[in-house]
Design a protein around this ligand. Structure first.
Ligand SMILES: [Zn+2]
Length: 396
């Protein structure tokens, strides 16, 4: 099956925009790109780009497929059967793909549901994005996320916990370096897993060539994770100058997940979010905004991640993180690259996805109009008009 997206605007992902370009797809891969003089064979299915822009499939580097985006998502997981979690997860996966997100990194599942959903999508049983799963997040006893996490204390236990997730099929390993918003009684700024603990766990992941990520809000926890060799800092609320220069020098990615706090701030307790979670969000949000702007100015590599599944942070609204990034100092081009080529590096798939280049997987998304001129169009979930994953059109 041959397809050609013809005569239109193409966001390559490397910082360039092509006009009047045609992109050829065959056997699930991008075969080539031509100018307006493209020669198209008769057996090729042609899709005129018209006024739309063609993007590489978007990549969300931080979601929770098992969380339902209700007011207390962790509470609802532990209060429902795994069958219900799976059914909701399948629906979340379908919505995510329809939104133009063709690859996701899941940073905390429950009872292996994330791993099974990944398999179901790969086998074609259900529709969804390519999932890079973490299995269970690793936290200290009583630490942030503990109701769905693997509690581990001391370097030996954290090492064992990391090996368990890798054995279960995790694509990367997630650690909790500090407290957070969505677990009652833990302070977002307080350190949790320590340097020695994370060093042991990270070592296990790196031994088998897997990446690591950490939930990290407070400065002390962020610095401990960085020294221990972490590959990405999730949230990053309290960034100091020392943290920022370490991240630039060692090319550690920042995944701010602006959408997570945005929805909690916007809904407040009216939507049923527990007051303790809203209160914590309001305290950290101004620090977060300042940190993102400062990190961006200093040259920290920032990637798109939504934390979809957290309160009112609905699966399928993922792309609104892109205009949110732009509202925090990234240019439209930078924000769109954060969701494509930069994100592909975060997930370690930069040779397969993230740009429109011959030889890469044919994950392609048509967005109405020109988001480089009007980035706010991505607040609207209807902005995506066509989604192709691995050469198959999954939404048109
Ligand atoms: Zn998360």
């Amino acid at each position: 099956m041959k397809t050609a997206f013809t005569d239109g605007r193409v966001f390559v992902g490397d910082g360039t925009i092509l006009e009047r370009a045609t992109v050829f797809v065959e056997d699930g891969k991008i075969m080539g790109i031509s100018g307006s003089d493209a020669v198209i064979s008769e057996d090729t299915h042609q899709i005129p780009l018209g006024d739309a822009t063609l993007f590489p499939g978007f990549i969300d580097t931080h979601i929770h497929i098992v969380m339902d985006a209700g007011p207390d998502p962790i509470g609802s997981i532990v209060g429902q059967s795994d069958v219900m979690t799976t059914l909701k997860g399948a629906q979340n996966a379908e919505k995510t793909l329809a939104a133009g997100v063709t690859t996701v990194r899941d940073l905390g599942g429950h009872h292996g549901v994330d791993l099974e959903l990944k398999k179901a999508i790969e086998s074609g049983l259900i529709k969804g994005p390519r999932i890079l799963a973490s299995a269970r997040l690793i936290c200290m006893t009583g630490g942030h996320g503990w109701p769905i996490g693997r509690e581990a204390d001391g370097p030996d236990q954290v090492r064992l916990a990391a090996r368990e997730q890798i054995k279960a099929g995790a694509d990367q390993v997630k650690f909790m370096a500090t407290g957070g918003v969505l677990t009652p009684g833990v302070d977002p700024g307080s350190p949790q897993l320590g340097y020695e603990e994370m060093k042991a766990g990270i070592e296990e992941a790196h031994k088998v060539g897997k990446k690591t990520a950490t939930h990290a809000m407070g400065s002390q926890g962020i610095m401990a994770a960085l020294r221990a060799g972490i590959d990405s800092i999730e949230h990053g609320i309290y960034l100091t100058d020392e943290i920022i220069s370490f991240m630039v020098e060692n090319k550690v990615f920042l995944i701010p997940t602006i959408a997570a706090l945005h929805h909690i701030e916007e809904m407040g307790t009216t939507g049923g979010i527990p007051a303790w979670a809203v209160d914590k969000s309001l305290v950290v949000a101004p620090h977060h905004r300042a940190s993102i702007k400062k990190a961006h100015k200093a040259g920290v590599a920032i990637a798109m991640g939504t934390d979809a599944g957290t309160p009112f942070n609905l699966h399928g609204l993922n792309l609104m993180e892109i205009p949110l990034l732009a509202a925090h100092g990234l240019s439209p081009m930078e924000a769109l690259m954060a969701a494509t080529s930069v994100a592909s590096q975060v997930v370690g798939m930069e040779n397969q996805i993230g740009t429109i280049e011959p030889g890469k997987l044919a994950d392609l998304v048509m967005v109405k109009g020109n988001p480089m001129e009007n980035i706010d169009i991505l607040y609207n979930a209807d902005a995506v008009s066509l989604v192709m994953k691995g050469g198959k059109i999954v939404k048109a």
